[in-house]
Write a protein that binds this ligand. Structure first.
Ligand SMILES: Cc1cc2nc3c(=O)[nH]c(=O)nc-3n(C[C@H](O)[C@H](O)[C@H](O)COP(=O)(O)OP(=O)(O)OC[C@H]3O[C@@H](n4cnc5c(N)ncnc54)[C@H](O)[C@@H]3O)c2cc1C
Ligand code: FES
Ligand code: FES
Length: 478
């Protein structure tokens, strides 16, 4: 197996090789140190989009471009890829990119600090032929402007022409293609970044470096560098392992590789359970979903991770891989055992998430309650799978986040509705029963009492969303 020791990438169309840069250096800091100061640091935690760059992964026909936050990516994550900053947007004849012109001439910029980030989000959007207000809002939901107001920015986005990739990109992509698949073992400044190209290699690296950070998208771990000021000695990156990015759709259900990004998983989730997809669209902004993974959401073992309630309600299983081909599957509800604790053994990695296809008559609803629609962490997140036959509940599974030290399956709620008529009386009995499943605490996202009231409210909302004779206005749609 060929292992490379330097980082190869292209910045604004120019191939580059990096060595001597500590592997935990953020892409933002490295770009700025190289003079590309259009890339701004606002929050250094993926929340404001000021640091947005386009990151392209070679494909057979060119690049797969994604808007990404350079503040929480480390430089070796750009290995084998192309990066574009606002400095690289001008065309060969020196003309500004339409995203720049439209923002400047339409009054989309005042202090200008957020502007390069918006311009990069828009330039990435311009590559896509289809455009409506939903895709526009999705593309800029990870960008924050504190002074201009969003109307002129939206006007610029709406006026943006479709700009297919220039033909020169094909050659660059072909040059980087081999590098984007090669295993990497990079050392500098006392740190090491290992990127095996298969799962066995990753498990071997984990055994050899038991204290290493296991890095997928880095949208959680990156913050330990930028906000926690931690310096990892060794990082094992899973981003080079094709099998971990695979997504398989079968009549039985959906298998999502632990390393597949949310953006890649979304079209599949749309087909399996549209409300799960809608929930995932509320995880961070586009720049977070372009790299963040469901494997990372589970590995993080947070009580407020948004995918777990839906995975519990859909009776998903988490597949774990150990050395010598060892595999085991754990119900999603049993994977997280306590606050930031999982059943994952020291020699294992999360390989995939398997979601059975719901019964055609089953209803699936997912609710995220946060202070705003975009870019916010849940105070409470709940998901329900429910099937009613001849007026009686024959299937009921529910998962909850933000209500205990770990995401929970609501067994008492399930027992209160199973076999019962689906009626207001059953719903009220289920509200009472749910108190046995949840034990919310007070924190800055909500008090214990508020969360308790939200839990009761969501059970009643499920009734309103499923009762045939009630017309429901969804707040998100207003
Ligand atoms: C601005 C912002 C907004 C966010 N919004 C939300 C939100 O709305 N809802 C939400 O739930 N989360 C949110 N997050 C958190 C984060 O994006 C998600 O948890 C994401 O799924 C993490 O995936 P990742 O690939 O980036 O994980 P990483 O940061 O790479 O890893 C996270 C953890 O999982 C472990 N891990 C990763 N892959 C594996 C594997 N295959 N096997 C074993 N362990 C593994 C890592 O070691 C680490 O402990 C947000 C983050 C940011 C920065
Ligand atoms: S600096 Fe705010 S998202 Fe990166
Ligand atoms: S123009 Fe000042 S933050 Fe957007």
């Amino acid at each position: 197996m060929h292992v490379r020791h330097d980082i190869r990438l292209a910045v604004n169309g120019r191939p580059d090789s990096v060595s001597g840069v500590a592997p935990h250096t953020t892409l933002l800091n490295w770009l700025r140190a190289g003079g590309l100061t259009s890339v701004k640091e606002g929050c250094a935690e993926g929340d404001c989009g000021a640091c947005t760059v386009m990151v392209g992964t070679p494909t057979p026909g060119g690049f797969d471009w994604r808007a990404s936050c350079s503040c929480i990516l480390v430089v070796p994550q750009a290995d084998g890829r192309a990066v574009i900053t606002a400095e690289g947007l001008r065309s060969a004849d020196g003309a500004h990119h339409p995203a720049q012109t439209l923002m400047a001439e339409g009054g989309g910029t005042q202090c200008g600090y957020c502007t390069p980030g918006f311009v990069m989000a828009l330039a990435n959007l311009a590559r896509r032929p289809e455009r409506d207000d939903e895709t526009i809002l999705d593309a800029i939901s990870g960008n924050l402007c504190r002074c201009t107001g969003y109307r002129p920015i939206l006007d610029a986005a709406r006026a943006l022409p479709h700009l297919p990739a220039p033909s020169t990109e094909q050659g660059l992509a072909a040059d980087l293609a081999a590098s984007s698949r090669e295993a990497l073992d990079y050392e500098a400044g006392g740190g090491r970044f290992v990127a095996p190209d298969d799962l066995e290699g990753a498990l071997g690296a984990r055994a050899a470096h038991p204290k290493a950070w296991i890095l997928a998208g880095g949208t959680d771990l990156g913050l330990r560098i930028t906000k926690g000021h931690e310096v990892p000695k060794t990082i094992i990156w899973l981003g080079r392992i094709a099998s971990l990015r695979a997504i398989a759709e079968t009549p039985a259900g959906l298998s999502i590789g632990a390393g597949a990004s949310y953006e890649d998983a979304l079209p599949f989730l749309d087909r399996l359970a549209p409300e799960f997809a809608a929930l995932v669209r509320r995880i961070g902004g586009a720049q977070i979903r372009s790299v963040g993974t469901m494997g990372g959401n589970l590995g993080n073992a947070s009580p407020i991770g948004d995918s777990m309630p839906a995975l519990i309600a859909l009776s998903a299983e988490v597949e774990l891989a150990g050395p010598r081909g060892r595999r085991r599957r754990v119900p999603a509800a049993d994977f997280i055992t306590g606050y930031r604790k999982t059943v994952l053994a020291d020699d294992e990695l999360i390989a995939a998430i398997h979601i059975p296809r719901p019964h055609p008559e089953a209803i699936f609803h997912a609710y995220k309650v946060a202070r705003r629609i975009d870019q916010d962490i849940s105070a409470v997140c709940a998901a329900f799978r429910l099937r009613v036959e001849k007026g009686r509940v024959v299937e009921a599974v529910s998962g909850w986040g933000g209500v205990a030290a770990r995401p929970v399956r609501a067994h008492a709620w399930e027992a209160a509705v199973m076999g019962k008529p689906w009626s207001p009386a059953t719903v009220e009995a289920a509200v009472t029963a749910l108190a046995g499943d949840v034990s919310p605490i007070s924190d800055f996202r909500g008090s214990k009492d508020y969360r308790g009231a939200v839990c009761a409210g969501l059970v009643r909302r499920l009734w309103h969303d499923t009762a045939r004779d009630v017309s429901v206005a969804r707040l998100e749609g207003l």
